[in-house]
Ligand binder design. Structure first.
Ligand code: OSB
Ligand code: MG
Length: 369
């Protein structure tokens, strides 16, 4: 079925976070988000771009995403409409910019599914109607502050905790969390590429703590050294930044660079490529879980649907709206018994609440197709 697009809105919103989120690459206090709204004759579809304000997590940033969409990606869409499966192929001649591409493809897919009266979860192949949720806990000023935060998240029902780490904030916080909350707490760490292979002996110190995995210890573009590190650690290595496509995932698995994959649809160019990674990992017995980019309810709806696929055997960073924002732009996602429900309505199953959306909007751009 062809989706014929009348025009596309690029909308920027500023979403204050309930607390600063610190990683090894920087601190985020307000999420500057780009939303893509595809308008057809009868429907509209939404996509959220994962890019952050600065090119630190990856080379994309929110201004670059908006620019490449306006200048190259949107003008490449055929005027007489296209099938959702064609979006990625039409955009493929432009290198990189996967988060921008993902936002556009997701908006087209949402419009298509609303017209077809099918949910995102059903379309992707969801195997359950709710997903277990973990939470990613930022770097804090002190260990007592961290323990308070983790205690609150456990009380809210999160089923696994991920601690952000960096040199100087690794063994001590992990030890403290283990001592306070016990060995049974599903616990993992994320370094966001803050270490080098010469830190291997230090990182092996994490092996005593029974972590589910260590995420992205080394540089984004270094599968070979991740494979070397994997041979030196007992803790399984999970890759995030390094995996930008199904081809990367296949290479990483065959090299032994990781035994778990964090799948973030924006990072890999969209939900269809994300599903390919899921399929490939599942065929190889490699566990995957759904990562996050501090999404609003729009991106969260799609992530929760993806996380319901059968190969997502570990809890994702699909936390409730309240973990990020006092007021979400959609009806909030609320944790129930440590799970979020997969939206069942057509398309993403959620849409921005007009009043909330207007209140957080910082700019709107309309592009005729
Ligand atoms: O590395 O997983 C990451 C947030 C922004 C950028 C990178 C990462 C993260 C998170 C939080 O860890 C995930 C979330 O809760 O959305
Ligand atoms: Mg990560």
């Amino acid at each position: 079925m062809k989706t014929k697009i009348a025009g596309i809105e690029l909308r920027r919103i500023a979403m204050p976070l309930v607390a600063p989120f610190r990683t090894s690459f920087g601190v985020e206090t307000t999420r500057d988000v780009l939303l893509v709204r595809v308008v057809t004759a009868d429907h509209e579809g939404w996509g959220e771009c994962g890019a952050m304000s600065e090119p630190r997590y990856s080379s994309e940033y929110v201004d670059s995403a908006q620019h490449v969409l306006r200048r190259f990606l949107i003008p490449a869409l055929p005027r007489d409409g296209l099938d959702v499966h064609e979006v990625a192929r039409v955009l493929a001649p432009f290198t990189g910019h996967r988060m921008a591409k993902s936002a556009l493809e997701t908006a087209v897919l949402d419009a298509h599914l609303r017209a077809a009266d099918e949910s995102f979860g059903s379309y992707l192949g969801a195997a359950r109607d709710r997903v277990p949720c973990g939470v990613s806990v930022g770097i804090m000023d002190s260990v007592p502050e961290l323990l308070d935060a983790v205690e609150r998240y456990i009380a809210e029902g999160y089923v696994r905790i991920k601690l952000k780490i960096e040199p100087g904030w690794d063994l001590a916080p992990v030890r403290a969390v283990r001592e306070r909350f016990g060995d049974d707490l599903p616990l993992q760490v994320d370094a966001n590429a803050a270490y080098t292979l010469s830190d291997a002996q230090h990182l092996a110190g994490l092996d005593d703590f029974g972590l589910q995995l260590i995420e992205q210890p080394l540089a984004n573009d270094d599968l070979v050294r991740h494979a070397a590190l994997a041979r030196l650690l007992r803790t399984p290595i999970c890759l995030d930044e390094s995996i930008t496509s199904a081809a990367d995932a296949a290479a990483a698995v065959s090299l032994g660079a990781c035994s778990v994959v964090n799948i973030k649809p924006g990072r890999v160019g969209g939900y269809l490529e994300a599903r390919r990674i899921h399929d490939l990992a599942r065929a190889h017995g490699v566990a995957v879980w759904c990562g996050g980019m501090l999404e609003t309810g729009i991106g969260r709806a799609a992530n929760v649907a993806l996380a319901a696929l059968p190969g997502f055997t570990l809890p994702g960073d699909t936390s409730a709206s309240g973990r990020y924002f006092a007021t979400d732009i959609t009806k909030p996602f609320v944790l129930s018994d440590g799970h979020l429900d997969v939206p069942a309505g057509p398309g993403l199953g959620v849409a921005p609440l007009p009043d909330v959306l207007d209140a957080v909007t910082t700019s709107v751009e309309w592009i005729k197709v």
